[in-house]
Design a protein around this ligand. Structure first.
Ligand code: G3H
Length: 479
């Protein structure tokens, strides 16, 4: 009885000729909610062929017109925030409040990308030849940025709209076409978002959204010779698999994180605890930038844990429609994985400040104290509302723990000493270190990158536009 949604190609909404669909469950009810088309490889070919043709014309469309079209999308996205947010609430159990924030943030991102594109792409480079030894001034070199071609955008379930437009808007302003592969959970929110591009009058074929099972079309898409760039956000294993199979094309990947939060003896503990709660438990910990391990100096650990617990017990647990702080995690599989980490920590002697409680996919928040390096939770990413605390004797111990992890997305340090903060920021080998604040991607024009297994390349609006272009040079010779 679920509503079935069509996929988008050639400026039209179509049913797949496969006759099959993929079911999206509501994580809160664990019951089927929507269905999307299970597209075939032939349908993927059609999306990419159309994108190739449309891109050639789009690349020649004046930049100001491309920007104007994106501004229209930004306006329509904000006008359509209620129905899109409603999908996010149902499909990915994001609270109503946060779902609206995601859509509005996406509108702002699209508008900013349009403006930033105008700034970046207006600039070219002019060089003369005679500075280099042996040359006369008889060559003029002109360089500018041109699009890559067709960008494959693969966003994750936790920000299906925002992390889709964070790839699409930079790609489009730079003159690329986009093929979007929405995540299964969040696919319908993605399709609603795609409709705003349709309403804004984007050329037929330039943008498509192809839904389906990863096992049917995932590898086919990522290895397709018609794709000129992949921008992926999602699980580490999938990201590594894509990077091994993809051809010689630019890759942009944001994968997992195990963001460390180092709290020094001179920290403002109230500030640290507030940020640890916000950073560790917002969207039930399902953010790659969530605080995923607290590394607290022994001398302040009791006081810090006490403050965190005081705030943690005030978190409301329930359904996203009620704007509860903690809502069901995305799937049974995810909840089982989280439970496995908790059981491992319990068996190995960690101290629990709250009782383990789970109903379906709903998991009550827990602070797990006295975690040691032999416990899985010290290293693995739960993507759920459970937070380990490791008590450290020295700052070096904390830095070592942070750097010994395969993940290296963000991290943070709490201290009143600017010198110590800068020293620790330098020593923590992660993409971004926040001083006296929880990790976070935004504002969306800031650079955003993971080191080691946390990703490839750097994102943020400016970096994404630059990454989705190549340099084209013309040399004028005067013999
Ligand atoms: O989950 C990954 C996102 O890039 C995190 O974004 O820091 O704005 O929550 P956020």
């Amino acid at each position: 009885d679920c509503d079935t949604f069509k996929y988008y190609v050639d400026g039209e909404w179509r049913r797949s000729c496969s006759g099959h669909s993929v079911t999206i469950n509501n994580p809160s009810t664990r019951k089927p909610l929507f269905k999307v088309q299970a597209c075939t490889q032939e349908e993927v070919n059609r999306c990419i062929d159309s994108a190739k043709t449309a891109q050639k014309i789009w690349a020649k469309t004046p930049l100001w017109k491309r920007a104007e079209a994106l501004h229209k999308v930004a306006t329509i996205l904000k006008e359509q925030k209620a129905p899109i947010a409603d999908c996010l609430v149902k499909e990915v159990a994001k609270t109503s409040k946060d779902a609206v924030v995601e859509v509005v943030r996406s509108g702002d991102l699209v508008a900013y990308a349009a403006e930033e594109g105008i700034r970046i792409l207006a600039e070219g480079k002019f060089l003369v030849s005679d500075p280099f030894p042996g040359n006369d001034r008889n060559k003029y070199c002109l360089s500018s940025k041109i699009p890559l071609g067709v960008v494959l955008a693969i966003p994750p379930f936790n920000y299906p709209v925002n992390l889709a437009v964070s790839k699409m808007a930079p790609a489009l302003i730079a003159g690329n076409a986009v093929v979007l592969k929405p995540p299964t959970q969040g696919a319908v929110a993605c399709l609603h978002m795609i409709h705003t591009f349709h309403l804004a009058g984007f050329p037929k074929g330039l943008i498509s959204a192809v839904t389906g099972k990863g096992s049917d079309i995932g590898d086919y898409l990522t290895t397709h010779p018609g794709i000129n760039c992949i921008s992926f956000t999602g699980g580490c294993d999938t990201g590594i698999a894509i990077s091994k199979k993809a051809g010689m094309i630019p890759l942009q990947m944001e994968l997992g994180g195990k963001d460390s939060c180092i709290v020094l003896e001179d920290a403002d503990l109230e500030l640290a605890a507030t940020n640890i709660i916000k950073g560790g438990f917002s969207y039930s910990g399902q953010r790659c930038t969530a605080v995923k391990v607290v590394l607290a100096m022994e001398c302040i650990a009791d006081a810090l844990v006490c403050k965190i617990n005081g705030k943690l017990c005030k978190l409301t647990v329930g359904m996203p429609e009620d704007d509860c702080d903690i809502t069901p995690v995305i799937s049974d599989t995810s909840a089982n994985f989280i439970e496995g980490l908790v059981q491992d920590a319990r068996c190995k002697g960690a101290r629990f400040h709250q009782e383990w409680r789970r109903e379906g996919n709903l998991i009550w928040p827990i602070l797990i104290d006295f975690v040691r390096p032999d416990m899985r939770i010290a290293w693995e990413e739960p993507f759920g509302p459970i937070l380990p605390v490791i008590r450290i004797k020295t700052v070096e111990e904390g830095i070592h723990h942070c750097n010994a992890n395969n993940f290296a997305l963000q991290g943070c340090v709490f201290t009143k000493s600017f010198d110590k903060a800068m020293m620790i920021s330098d020593a923590m080998e992660s993409g971004t270190i926040q001083i006296n604040s929880a990790p976070g991607r935004g504002p969306d024009h800031f650079p955003f990158q993971g080191l080691r297994d946390s990703g490839v390349g750097s994102q943020g609006i400016t970096n994404s536009i630059n990454m989705m272009c190549k340099t084209k040079t013309t040399v004028m010779n005067f013999p």
